[in-house]
Design a protein around this ligand. Structure first.
Ligand SMILES: [Ca+2]
Ligand SMILES: [Ca+2]
Ligand SMILES: [Ca+2]
Ligand SMILES: [Ca+2]
Length: 371
């Protein structure tokens, strides 16, 4: 009886695997090795950078300002390759940064047409950006002596963006590239339009591991390196966990980069508790944690200003900002605008509202004053 059962299960299991692989082979194709795929991708990208040239449109105040056209070099003596601009001290300049993900040191090339003049987004802010996306593909030569050629196929173009894109939700390469750029200025134009000037503009060249990888997207084939030209018009600070502290301010180690290590396969060398941006080390990074210090009191509760009580009337004074303003507003009688979220000083039983390095109460699990 036992033997029969064993054979029955074995047969069933074998059949299941067989039918799966026959009818739906795309679903069971194992994920390609990240390092192997990266090695192929970076060769394609560097080939593309060396065989293509750019032309940039200068048209301040117009939608086509900083448009960039990339085309195959046909006159090698006259046309400079994109690669020519590698680490150029003047613009345009081709930069490269290393992004460790999937246990791979990804080289991320990005061309800076110009940097911009305003603030930079963090890797989890919203960006208002036009963009033009293409995917790269290496076409084999027609004969054995004919060299292969890397082609670029456009899959999307957004000229007039209507919404902010949350970098936390976009392909990894966006969150790595946009913080290297700044927004510019914006002025009301005619007919309710806004005119953007001096914004950051560039082109990013993403290995598929920083793009859609095996998934592809829409018309983009799996494992495609991606090229996005973009213009960073505006940024929007986001608060992913709704605790009243913007996500970019939940950067515990202050390196300008907010980490989410919950998907540990992306960080095989790091344990969840190693996340420098997770105060209570519970695996949930501060920017997604409503109780950052894990003391059982929500951040929102801990960052509330004390109420003002006059007779039998109680006036709510809202919440402290992360940092106070430069000057106090005389119009708000009970609120000192120069006060940010305070730190509690046990020795003197007082609060410090302004020191840049203070440990704010919502990050201080020893803060004893519970209401
Ligand atoms: Ca928050
Ligand atoms: Ca946490
Ligand atoms: Ca939080
Ligand atoms: Ca707390």
């Amino acid at each position: 009886m036992n033997k029969f059962k064993y054979y029955f299960i074995l047969t069933f299991a074998t059949l299941a695997i067989f039918s799966c692989s026959k009818s739906d082979s795309a679903d069971v194709e194992p994920l390609r090795d990240f390092q192997v795929q990266y090695d192929a991708d970076i060769a394609v990208i560097e080939d593309y950078l060396k065989t293509n040239t750019i032309t940039i449109t200068e048209a301040a105040g117009k939608p086509e300002d900083q448009d960039v056209k990339i085309k195959l070099i046909t006159k090698p003596n006259e046309e400079k390759s994109i690669w020519f601009y590698l680490n150029s001290p003047t613009f345009p300049t081709l930069k490269v940064k290393t992004v460790n993900l999937h246990n791979v040191d990804y080289k991320l090339y990005y061309l800076v047409l110009r940097e911009g003049t305003g603030e930079s987004p963090s890797n989890v802010d919203g960006v208002l950006s036009s963009y033009n996306g293409t995917y790269l593909f290496r076409k084999a030569g027609a004969t054995t002596t004919d060299p292969s050629v890397v082609t670029a196929t456009q899959f999307e173009e957004i000229v007039f963006p209507q919404t902010f894109y949350d970098l936390y939700q976009m392909v990894k390469g966006w969150g790595e590239t946009f913080p290297e750029f700044k927004v510019g200025t914006s002025d009301p134009g005619n007919n309710g339009t806004i005119v953007y000037n001096d914004f950051g503009a560039g082109v990013m060249f993403l290995p598929s591991g920083l793009g859609y990888y095996a998934g592809g997207s829409g018309s983009i084939p799996s494992y495609s390196p991606l090229v996005f030209s973009f213009k960073l018009y505006a940024l929007q600070r986001l608060d992913h966990d709704g605790d009243g502290v913007f996500s970019y301010q939940e950067d515990k180690d202050g390196d300008g980069y907010v980490r989410d290590m919950r998907n540990t396969t992306e960080y095989p060398n790091q344990k969840l508790g190693d996340n420098p941006d997770d105060t209570d080390k519970d695996g949930i990074p501060d920017f997604l944690d409503v109780d950052d210090d894990g003391d059982g009191y929500t951040t929102k509760f801990e960052t509330k200003r004390p109420d003002t009580v006059i007779g039998d009337k109680t006036i709510s004074n809202g919440y402290y900002p992360f940092n106070g303003a430069a000057v106090d507003d005389p119009a708000t009688e009970f609120i000192n605008e120069t006060h940010g979220i305070p730190a509690y000083i046990p020795a003197t039983k007082t609060f410090d509202y302004t020191s840049p390095t203070r440990i704010r109460v919502h990050l201080d699990s020893t803060y004893p004053l519970k209401k």
